[in-house]
Design a protein around this ligand. Sequence first.
Ligand code: F6R
Length: 608
Amino acid sequence: MCGIAGYIGKQQAAPIILDGLAKLEYRGYDSAGVAVFDGEKIHMEKAMGRLRVLDEMTHHGASMPGFCGVGHTRWATHGCPSDTNAHPHMNEENTIAVVHNGIIENYGKLKQRLEKKGYHFASETDTEVLAHMLTEYYHGDPVDAIEKVMHRVEGSYALGIMFLDHPHHIYAARKDSPLIVGVSDDGKFIASDVPAILHYTRNVYYMENEEIACLSNEHTRFFNIDGESIEKQPVTIDWDIHAAEKGGYEHFMLKEIHEQPKAVRDTISPRISNNDIDLGELGLSEEEIRNLKHISIVACGSAYHTGVTGKYVLESLARIPTETDLASEFRYRNPIYTPDSLVIIVSQSGETADSLAALRDAKKHKSKVLAIVNVVGSSIAREADSVLYTWAGPEISVATTKAYSCQLAVFYMLAMKFARIRGTISPEQFAKLLDALKLLPDQIETLLSQKEKIQFFANHYLATEHIFFMGRGIDYAISLEGSLKLKEISYIHSEAYAAGELKHGTISLMEEGTLVVAIATQDILYPKTVSNIVEVKTRGAFVMALTTLKHKDMENCADYVLYVPETENPFMGSLAIIPLQLFSYYVSLGRGLDVDKPRNLAKSVTVE
Ligand code: F6R
């Protein structure tokens, strides 16, 4: 959601900035722009649409000379996507240029005040107030002006700023939107995320809330919101550079689907030793685990769906009452925090605004917060009391696949660990689960090798308008994710239902040929789901069922059956989701859509 890239150094800035923005395309955007100091003035180019438009306009930056600049990909919030609303935004004198990720919540009031003072606005954006306010407070010292603006704006922001008076400097500031500073022998960088600068440097400073950075060829300086100088330590990023590239696959999504065996293995293996699960990072003593009375899992989108599975698994294995909430609901519903409770925040990016706000609310109420996060050093990872990382590596496709699978794996380990310590499962059950857990990566691999069968089926449903997913228990949690995956990348309307709920309303939508995807992997719920399949088939539905090989009788009731290997019931979701991810991918591909960057969506949702 909006991407920022900036550079000051020995190379021409614009091509480096455009490269950086290209690496941030996965975040979602609708327009792009770059501003560079060309030796005399701040030269700005902006274009609505894909980055390639800006790239062609500027001959990949070659027609924008200069060694210092900032760039931006915009995901519209205030004002429609257009050339004018694209960032950077400049003041009227063209002496200050700003790029912004986030939302200035009090921009209406600020704009009114500025207009009264005679400032003219060119765009409909909230960001433009920043350019005018910087003009108002600038008296020669950029840090002083930025600090004054930060004291007056409400909301979230990551900012990249240039002042014509200080032509060989980039300024940056952040609050509640991610921003990093990279340093190399060749120059300094600002970016919303690591992939934007990975080609140039691995030495990175994570900017904290309400910090300001000033970068020049000579210095990398940081200040707090009161303008006091602060010391920060760089960290070394150890990501494999190829992990952020397509590596021969047509799309990042397909690549990431195929990376799941490795990602799940990397998440599980380091945590298994001596036939036990070692979650040293958990930061909870055995006594605290035994005393746990309640767990709240809080997340958004697919991460929320892993939390729905997490609830089933934690309750069934560890017998801890667990609720799973959408972060956007949780943060405003004044939740009840009880002693001996644990809040688990789940997030791939670690920057999702609602999840971060839920985390802060929980901490404010002195609740213990555990984060399950993929991006090392992200805001959620840094602010939680403890973190269990999913070792999925960089996930670029907007639709999550490998991070989702790793989140599930972390929930399994957590539930097993809690269950063993609380004595709610026997050592024999634990050993059986552990064996099954270790087998999951190979089983995912086996499922991936059957992708042609799924592509064949998907190709028959490219023109479908509605698809229903149904299942019970963990199969319901998987239905939720299967349905989201399909709708977000194929734009086909789909809904997920707890199978028992269908006849309370939705069954009226069934008509001749309606496609229903039924998931039936849970042994004790199997006969119930079979009854629901019969009910929808009687109303004309075409049923594609997903089950395990021991339920061959499914062929007597469903129209098309896909089988997943056997595993322990709580882990079934990890296998059942693979054909559903592939189904969504092939439907999107067959419909000729932009699989990795679906319309209107952003990878990292850093605004509410
Ligand atoms: C769907 C998807 C989103 C994210 C959601 C939360 O494929 O990727 O629904 O799961 O936006 O994002 P994170 O996990 O970064 O907090």
